[in-house]
Design a protein around this ligand. Sequence first.
Ligand code: DC
Length: 241
Amino acid sequence: AGSLMLGSGEFCTNPGLVVAVDGPSGSGKSSVSREVANRLGLAYLDTGAMYRALTWWCLEASVDLDDEDAVASAANDFQLQMGTDPIVETIMVGGIDIREAIREARVTENVSAVAKNQKARDALIGRQRMEIVSNGRRIVAEGRDITTVVAPDASVRILLTASEEARMKRRGEQIGATGDEDRLKLEVAQRDAADSKVNNFTEAAGGVTLVDSTELDFDQTVQAVIDVIRTTTAQHHGEKS
Ligand code: DC
């Protein structure tokens, strides 16, 4: 009920409200960012899904993931249609719905190899900036490098973390009780290690607010992020007057 006070109307005098959220796997950043966007009437961009979509396309088109230039040209040319509605997820490549396919193990296992390719990153970052602009800069964008590279000028920049234990537990619950827990932990740790070589998403850069969700449930985390948005935008209004 408290969130009603924070309907989109509160920000209607704001020309834009870009909320950048970074964090590691299992921090809850996707589900939390989507819910925050939903409650505040903002668009939502899952940039991890874009790296996954590119990985899916390369696997599908038999592009050698070690061939940097081939992956980069795929990143520039592939027919990605990325929705930004926080309620209805749209992720299509060449008209094929890949919302489920991008969560499969073969994509998860290969996505770090694509994400470390700087030329491919540059292409996806260009698309991400276009999405932010074409939504009138009223969007929650979420990933690993949004606060630092994609939208360092965002009105609100948040790093969402949780203890390693909490993150492993949440990842395990998402994937289901099918797999073996030790293997899952190893996979998450390996992926975090590979991704950390590309971007530092475990320490907050200057001007980035840390939200630690270790002791918070989903609703409390959503509220904590909304509180940061409220405080930051109130400060900005204060500065002007
Ligand atoms: O958040 P996720 O697990 O869906 O991210 C998938 C992969 O993409 C992960 O290996 C990290 C990478 N990624 C990235 O390098 N930069 C982003 N902005 C988002 C994700």
